[in-house]
Design a protein around this ligand. Structure first.
Ligand code: FES
Length: 105
């Protein structure tokens, strides 16, 4: 199980165990955390699951697809650490990951 700490827009944080094969978006939605809306349900079409994740975690996740990169390019507040959390699929590893949930309001 991977422990994902979500740093939420309101300044609080929440640590959730996310099972292999699940996305960081699902971990948030299943636990009713605020911030990740996930309007499209994870099909890389809405960008309402925007998070910032430090480069040190890059090797744990697949590279962003062209679609994801394009969607991020149109987001307010996007930076080099931006990812769409529905595309961050947790592997079968035991580690801790921190993400900062973008403020989508
Ligand atoms: S949930 Fe829509 S792009 Fe991630």
């Amino acid at each position: 199980m991977t422990k994902v700490t979500y740093h939420l827009p309101d300044g609080t944080m929440s640590k959730i165990e996310v099972a292999p094969g699940q996305s960081i978006m699902i971990g948030s939605v299943n636990n009713n955390l605020p911030g990740i809306v996930a309007e499209c349900g994870g099909s890389c079409a809405c960008a309402t699951c925007h998070v910032h994740i430090a480069g040190e975690y890059n090797e744990l996740f697949a590279e962003p697809s062209d679609e994801e990169t394009e969607l991020i390019a149109y987001l307010d507040g996007a930076d080099e650490e931006s990812r769409l959390s529905c595309q961050l699929i947790v592997g079968d590893f035991d580690s801790e990951v921190h993400v900062r949930v973008a403020d989508s309001r």
